[in-house]
Design a protein around this ligand. Structure first.
Ligand SMILES: Cc1cc2nc3c(=O)[nH]c(=O)nc-3n(C[C@H](O)[C@H](O)[C@H](O)COP(=O)(O)OP(=O)(O)OC[C@H]3O[C@@H](n4cnc5c(N)ncnc54)[C@H](O)[C@@H]3O)c2cc1C
Length: 411
């Protein structure tokens, strides 16, 4: 299929999706709520799409370009696996997965489903994994432990090493996060949203008449509601929302290769490295361990760079990660590297999302979270509903910004 045909097909689908939702638009004459969504990552784009689809007047404002921070430097594994604890949060992630099935079809977003394969090198950790998979089954996941033979049948190019069994979670998938963000923003525009890139939101003020104004580098806007989908930005929550959100944003290196002949079909969660291969053949690798906790590293990472200081260092890191991957997928080590990125996780200290109105500024609504790729569809849907109807969603109760944050090491 040619690029032109693909674009036409996507346009027709987006137009159909927008048209099919006209039932949600407000009655003629009713004042349309003007909602500003600050942050053009996957969360902001999903919220903007769902708001615009459901009848709001939306302005999406992004300081850089769409999907240029965490939603670029992410592994983008869509999952509700054992790490998603407790059960309510697990269910929330399952809703994220279902949401991707809806968006995949409504907006023509390519997603590679097929599940994940995971194991650990130590017998002790493997035994724990068996228990965790048993819990997954009780929680409604079709996960199971499979033999090396069954693993080889699923992934002939994978050599897991010594474990007798591998955890197989068939529901998981992976998405191209940049493409998905762009499609969501384009679909929002189809429903008349305005998308402004290179637009830094700097302040919120009140006009003499009491209206809320957003002060930005691309103008000043009168708005009804503001959603802060500002990811790991350490200042935006307090500056714009009047409430600091305690975060410990951690870095992770993501390596992307040039398109390769198909080597793997599923998400491989191997000791030390995560691997998947997109539909377009690009292999995405993420390292499991973060940066060493040394003073030299903290100095270098102080300003949260998304790139290494020079291409040679980037290449060294990529080679290191490819070498780990080569132990499990022979042949992968010779793949040509296309990009090496340092991603910064938006990570509230208890590991859970922060979603809801600021207790200190009623026009401001927070949407800051890790696992945002998995959660983007359900978060977009529920946030749009809460903002447009004023009815609170019960399954967001655990994630409100005024909770007592306790440090929990989840990621
Ligand atoms: C290494 C790594 C691996 C990950 N792996 C996974 C995974 O496998 N599965 C998964 O589900 N999740 C994963 N995550 C988490 C996931 O990527 C994030 O939760 C998600 O991308 C967050 O999206 P976001 O839109 O909230 O943030 P971002 O993509 O960071 O977007 C926030 C945007 O807000 C903009 N912004 C901030 N302040 C302002 C302002 N004042 N004015 C205008 N714009 C502003 C920023 O420029 C930025 O573009 C991973 C993250 C990392 C870093």
């Amino acid at each position: 299929m040619s690029r032109g045909e693909l674009d036409r097909r996507v346009f027709v689908k987006l137009a159909a999706a927008a048209a099919s939702l006209s039932a949600c638009t407000p009655t003629p004459g009713a004042k349309q709520k003007h909602v500003a969504v600050v942050g053009g990552g996957i969360i902001g784009a999903s919220i903007a799409y769902h708001l615009a689809r459901d009848g709001a007047r939306v302005t999406l404002l992004e300081r850089g370009s769409l999907a240029s921070r965490a939603s670029f430097g992410t592994f983008a594994w869509i999952n509700a696996t054992w790490a998603k604890q407790p059960r309510t949060y697990h269910a929330f992630n399952q809703a994220g997965l279902s949401g991707w099935k809806r968006l995949q079809s409504d907006l023509d977003i390519p997603i590679r489903w097929g599940g994940s394969l995971e194991w650990f090198p130590s017998a002790e950790r493997q035994a724990k994994l068996v228990d965790q998979i048993a819990e997954q089954v009780v929680w409604g996941e079709p996960a199971r432990m499979i033999s090396q033979d069954e693993t080889a049948a699923l992934e002939p190019n994978l050599i897991p090493g010594t474990p007798e069994e591998i955890a197989y979670s068939p529901n998981d998938g992976a998405v191209d996060p940049v493409l998905a963000t762009q499609r969501l923003a384009a679909a929002a525009q189809q429903s008349d949203a305005t998308v402004l890139e290179n637009c830094d939101v700097q302040n919120i003020t009140a006009s003499d008449e009491g209206a809320t104004r957003l002060e930005t580098t691309c103008g000043s806007f009168e708005i009804d509601d503001i959603v802060l989908a500002t990811g790991a930005d350490p200042n935006a929550p307090e500056l714009l929302g009047g409430l600091p959100i305690p975060q410990r944003s951690t870095p992770g290196v993501i390596v992307i290769t040039t398109p390769q002949p198909r080597l793997i079909n599923r998400i491989i969660v191997a000791p030390g490295v995560h691997i998947h291969q997109r539909d377009d053949g690009r292999i995405v690798l993420g390292e499991q361990d973060g940066a060493p906790d040394t003073q030299a590293h903290s100095m270098r990472l102080r300003d949260r760079p998304t790139r290494f200081p020079d291409p040679l260092i980037a290449e060294q890191h990529a080679m290191r990660i490819l070498e780990i991957a080569e132990r499990f997928v022979p042949g992968i080590g010779s793949a040509e590297i296309e990009d090496v990125v340092i991603g910064w996780r938006p990570l509230p200290i208890d590991g859970h999302p922060v979603i809801g109105r600021s207790p200190n500024r009623s026009s401001v609504y927070f949407a800051i979270m890790h696992s945002g790729v998995t959660l983007a569809p359900i978060v977009g849907e529920l946030v749009a509903k809460e903002i447009l109807t004023g009815i609170t969603a019960k399954n967001l109760d655990a994630y409100r910004p005024d909770r007592d944050f306790q440090t929990t090491r989840r990621y």
